[in-house]
Design a protein around this ligand. Structure first.
Ligand SMILES: Cc1ncc(COP(=O)(O)O)c(C=O)c1O
Length: 393
C-alpha cells in the first residue's frame, strides 16, 4: 500500500498563463486597477447566431449523450470547412471532435506516444505541448528558432532520431506571433515523409494572419504529407468561443480511431449544446470573424510601433495570432534578471499583467496578448514605458 501520488502528475507545473491571470484577477478583486495582457483569448463575445443555436439546442432538449467522437452533423460541418477553406478532403471516420483544442492535442499525444518516443517542438512554444508530451510518456526535443522566431528545416533535420515520432507545427504561433515560411514547411514535410514521422499541425490561429500573408494548412501540401499530418483546430479563437470547449482533429483513420477509444473512456462526448452551437459557427455567417481580424490587426500595428519605442525593448513584427513577444533583456539589471522578475515588477508597479517568456522557452522575452481593447493597450503600453524608465533608477 502506498499513498504516493503519480510521479508525473506531481511534477507537472500548472499553466503559468492561468496562474498570472488568477493573480491579476485577485488583485482586481482587491480593488486594484489591473490591465490584463496575459490571457490568450479574444476579448469579443461569441457571435449572436452561434449563441442562438446554443439556446435552441437547450430548448430542443439536445441534452443527452452524443457519440463520443462528436455528432455526425458537426463532423460534416468540419469536413465542409476543411474542404472549403483548406482544400482538404476527409471522411467522418477521419475526424474527431474533442473538448477544445487542448484536449484534441492531448488525445493525439496519448494515441501516438510510447514510452521514450520523441516529439520535436520548435521553441519558443505554447506551454502545454511539452507537458502533454511528458504526461503521455514521451520526450520533448526542443529546436531553437532564429531571432525572428523562424523555424529552420535544417535544424529540425539535425534533431531527428530513431525515436522521433512527431513534430509540432504551430503557425501562426503562440507565443511569438510568427508564421512558418512556406519553403521551410515544405522541407519539414518532405523530411517527415522521408523518415516517416507524424506532423501535428496546430492551426488554432489560422484565421489570424496579417499584412497580406496567406495561411497554409500543412496537410494541403500533398497526399503523402496529409497521410502523416494530424490537423488540429478549434472554434475557441476563431469564433470567440473559448469557454464552449470544442476542438477537433482530422487525420489518418487509425490515429483518429485510437483517439476515439481514449476519449470514449475518459471524457466521452464534448458538451452536446456546444456541439450544436459549433455547427452554426461553421455553417452560419462569417462576418464576425472578419471584424475581429481587422481589430486585431489595428492593435497589432499599434503594439508593434509603440512597444518598440520603449528603450530596452525590441519587438520583431508579429505576423499572426494575437500575441507580441518582445525581447526585454535590454532592461535587465541586478534586480530584474529575467522575464519572471520583469513580469512581477510590471504587475506590482505598472499594474499590468504579462506572461514571462521563460515557460515558453525564452527568458529574454515576455508575452503581451493584444486581445484587449485599444484603450487598454494604449494605457498599458504607457504604464510599461513608465515602469521600464524607473528600472535601474
Ligand atoms: C497554440 C495553442 N494551441 C491550442 C490551444 C487550445 O485552445 P482551446 O483548448 O482553448 O481550444 C491554445 C489556447 O491557448 C493555443 O494557444
Amino acid at each position: 500500500m502506498s499513498r504516493e501520488l503519480n510521479k508525473v502528475a506531481v511534477t507537472i507545473p500548472p499553466s503559468s498563463t492561468m496562474a498570472i491571470n488568477a493573480k491579476a484577477n485577485q488583485m482586481i478583486a482587491d480593488g486594484e486597477n489591473i490591465l490584463k495582457f496575459g490571457i490568450g483569448e479574444p476579448d469579443f463575445n461569441t457571435p449572436e447566431n452561434v449563441k442562438a443555436a446554443g439556446k435552441k439546442a437547450i430548448d430542443d432538449n439536445r441534452s443527452k449523450y452524443t457519440p463520443a467522437a462528436g455528432i455526425p452533423a458537426l463532423k460534416n460541418a468540419i469536413i465542409e470547412k476543411l474542404k472549403r477553406e483548406n482544400g482538404l478532403e476527409y471522411t467522418p471516420k477521419e475526424v474527431i471532435v474533442s473538448n477544445g483544442g487542448k484536449h484534441s492535442l492531448y488525445n493525439i499525444m496519448i494515441a501516438l506516444l510510447n514510452p521514450g518516443d520523441e516529439v520535436i517542438i520548435p521553441i519558443p512554444a505554447w506551454i502545454s505541448y511539452k507537458e502533454q508530451v511528458t504526461l503521455a510518456g514521451g520526450k520533448s526535443v526542443f529546436v531553437e528558432t532564429d531571432e525572428a522566431f523562424k523555424i529552420s528545416a535544417e535544424k529540425v533535420a539535425e534533431s531527428v532520431s530513431e525515436r522521433t515520432k512527431a513534430i509540432i507545427i504551430n503557425s501562426p504561433s503562440n507565443p511569438t506571433g510568427a508564421t512558418i515560411e512556406e519553403s521551410e514547411l515544405r522541407a519539414i514535410a518532405e523530411l517527415a515523409v522521408e523518415k516517416g514521422f507524424y506532423i501535428i499541425s496546430d492551426e488554432v490561429y489560422e484565421k489570424f494572419v496579417y499584412g497580406g500573408r496567406k495561411f497554409i494548412s500543412t496537410a494541403s501540401l500533398s497526399e503523402e504529407v496529409k497521410e502523416l499530418t494530424l490537423t488540429c483546430n478549434a472554434v475557441s479563437k476563431t469564433y470567440a468561443m473559448t469557454g464552449w470547449r470544442i476542438g477537433y482533429t482530422a487525420g489518418n483513420e487509425a490515429v483518429i480511431k485510437a483517439m476515439g477509444n481514449v476519449q470514449s473512456h475518459s471524457t466521452s462526448n464534448p458538451c452536446s449544446i456546444a456541439q450544436y452551437a459549433a455547427i452554426e459557427a461553421f455553417n452560419g455567417q462569417q462576418n464576425s470573424v472578419g471584424e475581429m481580424i481587422k481589430q486585431f490587426d489595428d492593435r497589432r500595428q499599434y503594439v508593434f510601433k509603440h512597444l518598440n519605442e520603449i528603450e530596452g525593448i525590441k519587438l520583431v513584427e508579429p505576423e499572426g495570432a494575437f500575441y507580441a513577444f518582445p525581447d526585454v533583456s535590454g532592461v535587465f539589471n541586478e534586480k530584474v534578471k529575467g522575464s519572471v522578475e520583469f513580469c512581477d515588477l510590471m504587475l506590482q508597479e505598472a499594474k499590468v499583467a504579462l506572461v514571462p517568456g521563460k515557460d515558453f522557452g525564452s527568458d529574454n522575452h515576455i508575452r503581451f496578448s493584444y486581445a484587449s481593447s485599444m484603450d487598454d493597450i494604449k494605457e498599458g503600453i504607457e504604464r510599461i514605458s513608465e515602469a521600464v524608465g524607473m528600472i535601474g533608477k
